[in-house]
Design a protein around this ligand. Sequence first.
Ligand code: TYD
Length: 244
Amino acid sequence: MSRGCFIVIEGIDGSGKSEQFQRLTKRLKKRGYKLVATREPTKVYPVGRLIEKVLREEEQVSEEALALLFAADRADHTERKIKPALEEGAVVVSDRYVHSSLAYQSRGMNKELDINWIEKINRFALEPDAVIFLDISPEVGQSRLSNGQVRIKDHSYFENINQQEKIRMVYLEVLNLHDSPLGSKKVVVSQAGGTKVYRVDGVLPVDAVEKIVWRQVSSLLKELNVEAEGKDSKVESLTKFIEE
Ligand code: TYD
């Protein structure tokens, strides 16, 4: 049995990340990969539920506490769901993971926190096999959100363009993408530690982005010798996360 594969999709608000997450997981399921489709904040674990309330401004916590909550939710998610799934040889796809904390908590909040500290409190987090970074300018991201093309945000954290641009810059830094500009390319590949990073041009039509992502993921799975089990696999229960 293979060791499985851990893939994370990242991007700023309005990058089309959640749509691409749905499309990628649908394809994996159809091809018969044993799949765990999941997300952060988890929404279903206790700390994730509290984070939801904070993002909806129903509860208030300090920025430091919020960073710790994201890390705690991730600890639960990693131990209870991601690790066991990988041990069973599944493909785990997560809509956001540790790079979201590095980017959003270090530059995206009113109080900017030390990125080294954020790294420290997330030390238990796994190094994904791959991160797909859907790259889009904050202006385009915001116009998509306000056009209703992407779900209207249900919280007012992180929503201004200035903050989104800062968040994007941290992503580029921590994902080691500064030396891999898109230029006229649709996708460029980079490496950040043990993680393969795919920077995909998020401005392209959704179908084009879907194809690019699929091409990269299917060749990665081949490279890692992760094999599909058969036709139209059963998906682990955490897909409930995305069907809510
Ligand atoms: P949500 O509406 O659940 O999903 P999304 O915006 O990804 O479609 O919002 C989650 C918000 O939480 C999003 O603005 C990013 C932010 N976030 C952090 O600030 N730190 C984190 O570690 C994670 C996982 C998310």
